[in-house]
Every structure is written in structure tokens, then in C-alpha cells.
Design a binder for this molecule. Structure first.
Ligand code: ADP
Ligand code: MG
Length: 248
């Protein structure tokens, strides 16, 4: 059964239609990579899935939570919270709370959003920091960590609420080249463990490696989708060919 079903998702900012009817289906344990030019709506799509933006219309179902959005109709806050809890988001960069240690950053959502007892949250946070190779940096503040380490804390934080789905929005694009690899390694391991993930990235080699399916988005629509071999090897659409020739 599909873990994620998105139908007819649109998002309009003022007069500007940024997402123009996105349909997505994702099976449990599969990795979807989203590529596309800057400004095409990739971040907006992830933000809608995490309900950081309220979609203008369409439906989103993740796990056992779901909402039908219809322009102007209010959605219940309880439904928003439940849907939001289904996914953990890793942002481009610098999204940790600066005044909290790595450990506190990974504990925070567990306490505020899941109401987990503090000790339990601490234990879980330490396990996740170990998982991303940062058990010795638990008491460091973000400014004391490299960009790659901060992103790994971000990954631990995204996982801390035990989400069904992990969302990565260009997790390495703000990093110096030598730090990219350590972050991709963690994401690759999560993919191998069978996590369900949606990854927006410009790292095409990585995309080809981890993706079960790739989607190219341009101007708020899905231009083409398919398995990596097909999308990279023999793209069907001229727009896909153009995008790939510019980026590779
Ligand atoms: P991508 O992540 O593919 O680069 P985005 O989803 O960030 O693209 O943005 C898509 C378009 O939506 C851009 O034209 C951007 O300017 C616009 N946009 C994004 N967020 C907002 C917002 N909060 N208000 C107005 N316009 C926005
Ligand atoms: Mg973006």
C-alpha cells in the first residue's frame, strides 16, 4: 500500500501559482528524488508535505494522516499537527536552534511535539547522534560544529519524532565540497535501511544511486518521472534533456 498519496496539489502565493497540480505516490521504504531548476517549486512542495505551507488545494495523505485542502476552507489544527508529525524535514542549512546544544536540538521536538518524558527524549537523542556519528559532540552548540556536522544533527533531529517519512531539501547545497560526502553517507545509510524518503538534490551521482524513482519538476508541474536509469539514460522530454545537459 502507498504510504504517501498526493493528489492535485496546488499552491498559490498571491497571484502566482507555484505548484500547479502535483500528483505523487510513494511506497513504504522507497526513495524519491526530486530534481529541477531553481524556483521550480521543489522547496514549496516539501514545505506543503510538512504543512509548513498550507496548500491552496489538493489532498495529502501520509501514513494514517491526511487532509483535503480547498481554497479558503479552514483546516483543523489537530489534523495539521497529525499530518506534520508524519514527516521529519532536513533543511538546506543553518536551521538548528543556535542557543541549544546538539543534544537539546534533537530532544526539543520529542518533548514539545510528542510530549516524551525528558529522560526518554535524551536517550533517544543520544542514540540518534551516535547514528550520525556525533555522539562525542552532544554538548556542542551549532556554531562550534562544521556545516556537515550541523546537517547531521539536523538529520538526527528530523528522525527524533519517529516520522514515517524523511524530507531532505538540498541538504548539501550550502556545504563546502569536502563536507558533502559525510552528509550524503548518512542519507545513503538511511536509504539502505529502508526509510521512506523524498530528497531534493542537485547531486546527480548521488541521486542516481539512492533513488528508486526520480521526478523532474519545472514551473510547478511534474515534467517527467521514472527510474533513474531511464530518466538519466533516455529522458523522454526535451525539457528533461535540457535540464540534465545544463547540470551534468
Ligand atoms: P525551488 O525550491 O525549486 O528553488 P521554491 O519552492 O523555493 O523553488 O520557489 C518556487 C517559487 O515560489 C519561486 O518563484 C519563489 O519565489 C516563490 N515563493 C516561494 N515561497 C514564497 C513565499 N513565501 N511567498 C511568495 N513567493 C514564494
Ligand atoms: Mg529550494
Amino acid at each position: 500500500m502507498a504510504m504517501i498519496e498526493v493528489r492535485g496539489l496546488t499552491k498559490t502565493f498571491g497571484e502566482v501559482a507555484v505548484l500547479k497540480g502535483i500528483d505523487l505516490t510513494l511506497e513504504r521504504g522507497s526513495v524519491l528524488v526530486i530534481i529541477g531548476p531553481s524556483g521550480s517549486g521543489k522547496s514549496t512542495l516539501l514545505r506543503c508535505l510538512n504543512v509548513l505551507e498550507t496548500p491552496s488545494s489538493g489532498t495529502i495523505a501520509i501514513g494514517n494522516a491526511g487532509i483535503a485542502f480547498a481554497g479558503g476552507t479552514r483546516v483543523r489544527q489537530a489534523d495539521v499537527l497529525q499530518l506534520r508529525r508524519q514527516s521529519g524535514m532536513v533543511f538546506q542549512a543553518y536551521h538548528l536552534f543556535p542557543h541549544m546544544t546538539a543534544l537539546q536540538n534533537v530532544m526539543e521536538g520529542q518533548i514539545t511535539s510528542l510530549r516524551r518524558p525528558k529522560e526518554e527524549a535524551r536517550e533517544r537523542a543520544m542514540r540518534l547522534l551516535a547514528k550520525v556519528g556525533l555522539e562525542t559532540r552532544a554538548d556542542s552548540y551549532p556554531h562550534q560544529l562544521s556545516g556537515g556536522q550541523q546537517q547531521r544533527v539536523g538529520i538526527a533531529r528530523a528522525m527524533s519524532i519517529d516520522p514515517q517519512l524523511l524530507l531532505f531539501d538540498e541538504p548539501t547545497s550550502a556545504l563546502d565540497p569536502e563536507l558533502v560526502r559525510e552528509v550524503l553517507k548518512v542519507i545513503r545509510e538511511l536509504a539502505q535501511e529502508g526509510r521512506t524518503m523524498i530528497v531534493v538534490t542537485h547531486e546527480m551521482k548521488f541521486a542516481r544511486e539512492v533513488a528508486d524513482r526520480i521526478i523532474l519538476i519545472d514551473e510547478g508541474v511534474i515534467v517527467e518521472e521514472g527510474p533513474p536509469e531511464q530518466l538519466f539514460g533516455s529522458p523522454k522530454q526535451e525539457r528533461t534533456r535540457q535540464f540534465l545537459s545544463r547540470i551534468m
